[in-house]
Design a protein around this ligand. Sequence first.
Ligand SMILES: Nc1ncnc2c1ncn2[C@@H]1O[C@H](COP(=O)(O)OP(=O)(O)OP(=O)(O)O)[C@@H](O)[C@H]1O
Ligand SMILES: [Mg+2]
Length: 310
Amino acid sequence: MWADETTDAPERGGHAMKVIAVATQKGGVGKTSTTVNLAAGLALAGARVLTVDLDPQAQAGTAVGVNLAGEEQLARSLGWVLQARMQGMRMDLSSLWFDRSELLEEWEDAGTLHLLACEESTMTAAQDLIHKKGFQSTPILRRMLMEVSDSFDFVVVDTPPAVSSLSATALAAADYVITVCVPEYPALKGAAATRGTVRYVKDRTGGECEPQYLGAVLNRSNPPSRWKAQEVNIRNGMLDADLAPFCTDIRTDNRISDSFAYGVPSVIRFASHTPGKMYSELMGQLVERMGQPAEKWEMPERIDLEGSGG
Ligand SMILES: Nc1ncnc2c1ncn2[C@@H]1O[C@H](COP(=O)(O)OP(=O)(O)OP(=O)(O)O)[C@@H](O)[C@H]1O
Ligand SMILES: [Mg+2]
């Protein structure tokens, strides 16, 4: 089953730009934190990265210092762009995205970091429009991104929690999907549901879109000395549910949450500290998996509950 999904990696669809969607049905588990830190981390490492904020909560924008307000700014909302595009207007995305590369200016070999921002009312209207038109309209974002595929190495898409036409649009846009889990049972269910949904995207888009599932990030994890039975069960459950967890998980760290307030992702603010190191390691595994068939992916060992003290 895995093999079928990976045969045409690494250059899916004949373009070098890779679109990664970060998705899970469960809210508040760290999709946005994962999105912006992976995007910024890839940019620090030299890549040209576009972050796409597809969640009406617009938190990915906040996390990189962009908050849309006022009429002129609303015209730059992805929500407005999606609506216009569905009504047949051609949009030049390069006049809409925000260049946030100034966040990288202290790094000599850094790439670039851009953001397609969004805002709630325009995004909700876009969501309704896509919903009305059904699954055949979900490739809209992918088509728009393909037009700018020369400008970026990676696109990282933040998605809303829960099942909606916007999360379907994000999955349809993606070459790769990663999901996020925390050490709590509802989060495991949410991640598994998203992993399942990825399998249907090809059929639902008439073969146009074919995202590959790439793995699950365990976020807000604890050091092994503090694992309780629930965390051990979730870690094993991620393996059992075919979620292909990454070997590096992201520990609970206040520097990750505090960074939202500064509009600078923690991977940049704390590049040489734990947040920077955790996300860089995760990024390495993510990129490595893109070039490998799933059978070769390195995964964490199962944990023996007896020995865990939980
Ligand atoms: N590893 C972490 N350590 C500490 N705080 C974290 C960590 N990951 C996320 N948080 C915090 O948890 C909260 C939820 O994270 P985040 O916004 O990334 O989740 P989300 O899945 O995008 O939420 P939503 O479903 O609402 O979009 C935020 O306040 C964030 O700063
Ligand atoms: Mg979010």
